[in-house]
Design a protein around this ligand. Structure first.
Ligand code: GDP
Ligand code: IMO
Ligand code: MG
Length: 422
């Protein structure tokens, strides 16, 4: 298998974790390049169930190298907890995990700031993991990076530079309790020893793995419509979840990625606020949510549910240069008599085939649907495309024709074995 990137083409939770796990045997090195513990990637096999937040899904496979790239926002306390939990479940993390010195540190203060903002009048419905403020400080060039944990003296100076103005804001604007510099500093010092040995220049490391012919899988988090530039701004995350982010966030060139695999759920979900043209409502949304177990892996929030949106998917395919698609959760549609697929929008009577950049306009779009017949039978144990009910085959072919990308994997259940390869 050539070096590949896995990218979600919707609003996250497409099933990226399952697809990475499925392909893991063909790769040597797994790289997370963006986001942080806002991600929740689920892997299920046999009677096992893993929810990964910061570590790539490849970590549960023995003898694989895992890397947290420079584009990530890493909460060191969550990271240590995740490492400990996985170790206690028998996952080997010793010499196979490397973390970029340049990845940004999520400080507890950022979570406090995010909470204060989200309790105001314009919440975005974030995961509360401090992701937005971390990238904000990164881009203001005040942020702390993982490597700063190794320099005790300058760490305190840098922390002070962040905390003084932040405390002013917290105290005077949010009327909340100030954050104590000494406590924050000693908390960070208490964990820096635990992380020291993982920290390296991961860009150089990944590039040398590439030059030795190791196979790399770049594991995307979130999804294209949550990208800070290309998503439904401002109802997005704060990182680049699209192909550009994979390169910048790992420090490799465009020549390093040979294949871009888009993961698409057979319908759509989104967590948090923001426009969602194909959203559906109770009782049908409840039925799909329950059947698909659509509750956030990170926050447990019920996911909003909608029909597949081909306008948004075409946009995502183009932005990322998708070579092939992994279609997940087909089984969740098994009981539906009819399945709707949005092929275009209307805005005040005019047909629209692209995503407006203003969310206010996007919220007013009226989706136009093609209705396809359902198959009304279980698909989970089916092993080949030709054995799928004819209507399910038609549904898949309809998506391929409209997106002009082959659907090479079809997932019909959460477990590894519940997958059809074409
Ligand atoms: P990710 O963030 O893209 O990795 O996706 P999540 O793990 O947050 O959410 C996907 C959920 O769907 C997880 O609970 C998976 O176990 C589950 N899942 C993945 N593929 C399938 C599938 O084909 N069918 C069903 N029923 N569940 C699936
Ligand atoms: P995975 O990798 C689904 C959403 C949040 C919120 C918005 C901003 O599991 O697909 P943030 O905490 O990032 O500032 O929140 O982005 N969001 C996700 N939704 N899956 C994710 O990750 C998400 N990561 C962030 O719900 O709407
Ligand atoms: Mg998820």
């Amino acid at each position: 298998m050539e070096n590949s990137v896995i990218i979600g083409l919707q609003w996250g939770d497409e099933g990226k974790g399952k697809i990475v796990d499925l392909l893991a045997k063909d790769f040597d090195v797994f790289v997370r390049y963006g986001g942080g513990a806002n991600a929740g990637h689920t892997v299920r096999f046999e009677d096992k169930h893993f929810a990964l937040h910061l570590l790539p899904s490849g970590i549960i496979h023995p003898n694989k190298i895992c890397i947290l790239g420079n584009g990530m926002a890493i909460d060191p306390f969550s990271l240590i907890a995740e490492i400990e939990t996985l170790k206690s479940r028998g996952v080997k993390i010793n010499g196979n995990l490397f973390i970029s010195e340049k990845a940004h540190l999520v400080l507890p203060h950022y979570q406090i700031l995010e909470r204060l903002r989200e309790s105001g009048t314009h919440p975005l419905g974030t995961t509360g993991k401090g992701i937005g403020p971390t990238y904000e400080y990164k881009h203001s060039r005040l942020g702390l990076r993982m490597g700063d944990l190794l320099y005790e003296k300058t760490l305190k100076e840098k922390l002070k530079n962040i905390l003084e103005p932040l405390n002013f804001l917290i105290k005077n604007y949010y009327k909340s309790e100030e954050i104590d510099l000494e406590v924050s500093y000693s908390n960070l010092l208490s964990i820096s020893e635990k992380l020291r040995n993982y920290l390296v220049d991961t860009s150089t490391l990944i590039n040398s793995f590439i030059s030795f012919g190791k196979k790399i899988l770049f594991e995307g988090a979130q999804g294209t419509l949550l990208d800070i530039d290309h998503g439904t701004y401002p109802f997005v995350t704060s990182s680049h979840c699209t192909i550009g982010g994979a390169l910048t966030g790992s420090g490799v060139s465009h020549k390093s990625v040979k294949k871009c695999i888009g993961v698409v759920k057979a319908y759509t979900t989104r967590v948090g606020k923001g426009p969602f043209p194909t959203e559906i409502f109770p009782p049908l949304s409840d039925k799909i949510r329950n059947r698909g177990n659509e509750f956030g892996t990170t926050t447990g929030r019920p996911r909003r549910v909608g029909w597949l949106d081909l306008v948004a998917l075409r946009y995502a395919v183009n932005i990322n240069g998708i070579d092939e698609i992994a279609l997940t959760k087909l089984d969740v549609l098994d009981e539906l008599l009819d399945i709707q697929v949005c092929t275009k929008y209307r805005e005040r009577g005019t047909e629209i085939y692209s995503l407006p950049s203003q969310w206010e306009i996007m919220e007013k779009l009226v989706p136009e649907y093609e209705v396809l017949p359902g198959w009304s039978c279980p698909t989970t144990s089916i092993k080949s495309f030709m054995e799928l009910p004819k209507q399910a085959q038609k549904y898949i072919e309809f998506l391929e024709e409209n997106l002009k990308v082959p659907i090479k994997m079809i997932s019909t259940g959460p477990r590894r074995e519940e997958t059809i390869f074409r």
